[in-house]
Design a protein around this ligand. Structure first.
Ligand code: O7M
Length: 213
């Protein structure tokens, strides 16, 4: 994935036509496309390959199972053209390592989640999850743009690993604050795909990112 605009599109639409419309509009203004269950369930997993021909695809199934099942999920996902996958870390180091091995290291581990409920169970163990991402050989972590101070805390734990950060826009977070706190990329869904002008929305976000560099 390029590191240019530092914006990852969360493509949580539920039709192929919407997916293509949004991606065509923003393709020059984002570095990657994150695909989650809503789109996969609506149009089928081959959308991963179709989108990977346009941009790097991060598959966000938040994989959370025993090592063997994790491995099987990641192998299938990478075979469809994904550049990286996202997994949970609460399943333990062996499960995360299974993802890392199957994805050739291209794994982001969820730490503290961005929504209010993320404070309930993920926040108290987020530092440990970040440490686990590092020791398991992951590429990076997912950390909340809704709490930029937590991005800074987690950055200290992971050193040079990458941080991708959701919660900008619809969840109240701000792009420049997240980048300034140490995020490498912001992840943005609704503020782009629900906009009447997705291209303009993505360009504005890329400009906001620049203010935090
Ligand atoms: O910009 P939004 O709020 O419309 O979408 C945010 C996207 O980021 C959406 O795809 C969520 O599933 C995802 N996300 C969070 O919002 N919060 C998290 O803590 C973690 C993720 C995520 O991407 O995890 C990998």
């Amino acid at each position: 994935m390029e590191k240019d605009k530092r914006v990852i599109l969360a493509l949580d639409v539920t039709s192929r036509s919407d997916a293509l419309r949004v991606v065509e509009a923003v393709r020059d203004h984002v570095d990657a496309i994150k695909i989650n269950w809503p789109l996969i369930l609506a149009v089928g997993p081959d959308i991963i390959r179709d989108m990977s021909k346009i941009k790097a695809v991060i598959c966000d199934m938040k994989i959370a199972d025993i090592p063997n099942t994790n491995r099987l999920i990641v192998e299938q996902t990478m075979a469809k053209g994904a550049s990286a996958v996202i997994c949970h870390g609460f399943t333990g180091e062996d499960s995360v390592k299974a993802c890392v091995d199957a994805a050739g290291g291209q794994v982001f581990v969820v730490t503290e989640m961005s929504h209010p409920g993320g404070k309930q169970f993920t926040a108290p163990v987020a530092d440990k999850l970040a440490g686990l991402a590092k020791s398991a050989g992951a590429r990076g972590i997912v950390a909340p743009a809704t709490r930029p101070e937590r991005i800074s805390d987690l950055r200290k734990i992971i050193g040079g690993l990458e941080i991708i950060s959701p919660g900008v826009g619809a969840q109240g977070g701000n792009a420049s604050d997240a980048i300034r706190a140490g995020a490498d990329y912001i992840i943005v869904g609704r503020a782009i795909y629900e906009s009447p002008d997705p291209r303009d929305a993505a360009m504005r976000l890329a400009n906001e990112v620049k203010k935090g560099l």
